[in-house]
Design a protein around this ligand. Structure first.
Ligand SMILES: Cc1cc2nc3c(=O)[nH]c(=O)nc-3n(C[C@H](O)[C@H](O)[C@H](O)COP(=O)(O)OP(=O)(O)OC[C@H]3O[C@@H](n4cnc5c(N)ncnc54)[C@H](O)[C@@H]3O)c2cc1C
Length: 479
């Protein structure tokens, strides 16, 4: 990028909005999937929609790839600037623009951290329901781009069910308002289409989100098991019997031990083979009836102990252990690869077994945490990125785990998205025609394919679609 363009961008975002020094730019080389890294040419940190649009106009004119970034907590390489170019970070856009208590919505800038929204509305007895375990760091814009989930999304639904509107900046710097009418929306659901687009359709700068009323009563239960199988069987039974807790989370032995050794220590028993954490919400009678049924299943499935949080402090501590689980794994090895895949809930037990076997065959240390209610597995592989052979085995394990989940009728992602990590497996899950159709949709939003290039859809599929449309071979296009 020449000096003239550089100063044009600096004039838009100011000195504090530009990161170009070799040391300050390092954190932008990757997201939480630190195994894959690439340095961007420049990082821009605009403060408003208008500044974002002005930056995008310049970058469009110059033909520079653009990678949107929230807090960089993604685990699939989504914010990694794999083709270089410029990262546009939303971290300075963190205002709550409107809090409408009567109609229960908030309008926020996209760089607002997830947990800050709940903090901003808790005095009104409202909260923002999707609660990724990273919610104290990740941004709402990142949540939208990845359609994030979280422990309580079993009851409340993933991010997409909470987004009422968006302001986005398109690839060429145009500002579009996609907010839906408060009454019955008409026409195509463009907000729904944008959610989960992983930064390939535009940059979300402002978001209108649904807020939910706090339930009057919440009961948190921790069931302790000697083995992981029994915990999985319990989760399957709870759902088969149509019990509706708001969350069902399972942690295995290695995770429990790492949590208990860390600052997130929650009092989980170290000797347990697995713990199942569940929560029931609603009116008092409803909560006590459901909890009673759940306790009956715990004992049927061989729980050796069941604990009930006695107050908010104990409840928060039990959750801190679960939410801090990935961070706690830092005590086991310097790096962690968090796989993310979904299977039908009845196959959870078998799939957990399969991941254990894959890790054993490849001589890797595996810890497992999962959103059992959603059939969403997170096999966590501990490794050291300085060991090239181990890195190769980790990637191989990731591929095999994902493919096994697809074979079991599941999906490549429960909540982390495709990013860079699952690009190849997209061809395993989808037929060429499906991918070609996705490319056509992507091209409507970003015809030059410069928004977050190299993510979500494998380039080969894109090349073939474009070739078919303009009568050239993929080789011609590649040239
Ligand atoms: C400890 C830990 C726990 C986690 N737990 C969960 C969990 O429970 N559930 C879950 O779903 N995920 C979880 N994650 C993954 C991650 O936090 C989520 O994917 C989160 O939504 C990413 O938000 P971010 O702001 O960090 O986005 P980033 O990582 O910066 O970006 C994620 C993707 O969104 C795009 N993007 C970012 N902002 C915008 C924007 N404004 N407009 C358009 N595109 C944008 C990026 O290009 C990228 O493709 C966890 C991660 C960690 C490290």
């Amino acid at each position: 990028m020449n000096a003239k363009v550089h100063s044009e961008l600096r004039a838009i975002v100011g000195d504090r909005g530009i990161v170009d020094s070799p040391t300050r730019i390092v954190p932008y080389e990757s997201d939480g999937l630190a195994i894959l890294r690439q340095r961007p040419e420049l990082v821009l940190l605009p403060r408003t929609t208008e500044e974002t649009a002005a930056c995008m106009q310049v970058l469009h004119r110059e033909g520079v790839p653009i990678v949107p970034r929230g807090a960089g907590t993604g685990l699939a390489g989504g914010a990694t600037p794999v083709e270089g170019g410029v990262v546009i970070g939303l971290a300075r856009m963190r205002e709550v623009l409107e809090l409408n208590v009567e109609d229960r919505f908030a309008r926020v800038q996209a760089g607002l951290v997830n947990a800050s929204l709940t903090r901003a509305c808790e005095k009104h007895d409202l909260f923002y329901a999707p609660d990724p375990s990273s919610q104290r760091a990740c941004t709402l814009g990142g949540n939208i781009a990845a359609n994030s989930g979280g422990p309580h999304c079993f009851k409340y639904g993933n991010t997409t069910q909470h987004v009422l509107g968006l302001v986005i900046v398109t690839h060429d710097g145009e500002v579009l308002e996609l907010t839906e009418s408060d009454v019955e929306p008409l026409g195509y659901d463009l907000v729904g289409l944008f959610v989960g687009s992983e930064g390939t359709f535009g940059i979300a700068t402002e978001i209108k989100l649904r807020l939910v009323r706090r339930p009057p009563v919440v009961e948190t239960l921790l069931a302790i098991f000697t083995d992981l199988d029994s915990a999985c069987e319990t989760a399957t039974k709870m759902i088969a019997r149509r019990l509706e807790p708001s969350a069902i989370e399972i942690l295995d032995k290695l995770t429990i031990q790492a949590v208990e050794d860390s600052v997130f220590a929650a009092g989980y028993p170290r000797e347990a083979g697995a713990v199942l954490l569940t929560e029931v919400e609603g009116l008092e009678e409803e909560v006590s009836a459901t909890s009673e049924d759940i306790r009956a299943i715990f004992s049927e499935c061989g729980a050796i102990e069941v604990r009930t949080a006695r107050d908010d402090a104990e409840r928060l501590s039990l959750w801190a252990g679960r939410k801090g689980a990935f961070g706690a794994m830092g005590r086991v090895a310097p790096d962690l690869y968090v796989a993310d895949a979904c299977v039908p809930r009845t196959k959870l037990g078998a799939m957990v077994q399969q991941t254990v076997e894959i890790a054993k065959e490849l001589n890797l240390r595996l810890a497992t945490v999962f959103h059992a209610g959603d059939g969403n597995l997170h096999p966590n592989i501990c490794y050291d990125r300085r060991d090239q052979d181990e890195v190769r085995r980790v990637l191989e394990a990731g591929r095999r785990i994902l493919e096994s989940c697809v074979d079991a009728g599941g999906s490549l992602s429960g909540e982390h998205g495709v990013g860079l990590e699952k690009l190849e497996q997209m061809e395993y899950q989808f037929a060429a025609e499906d991918l070609a159709t996705m490319c056509l949709v992507r091209d409507v939003w970003d015809p030059d394919r410069r928004l977050n290039p190299g993510k979500l859809i494998p380039l080969r599929a894109c090349m073939e679609t474009r070739a078919a449309f303009i009568g050239k071979t993929p080789q011609d296009i590649a040239r």
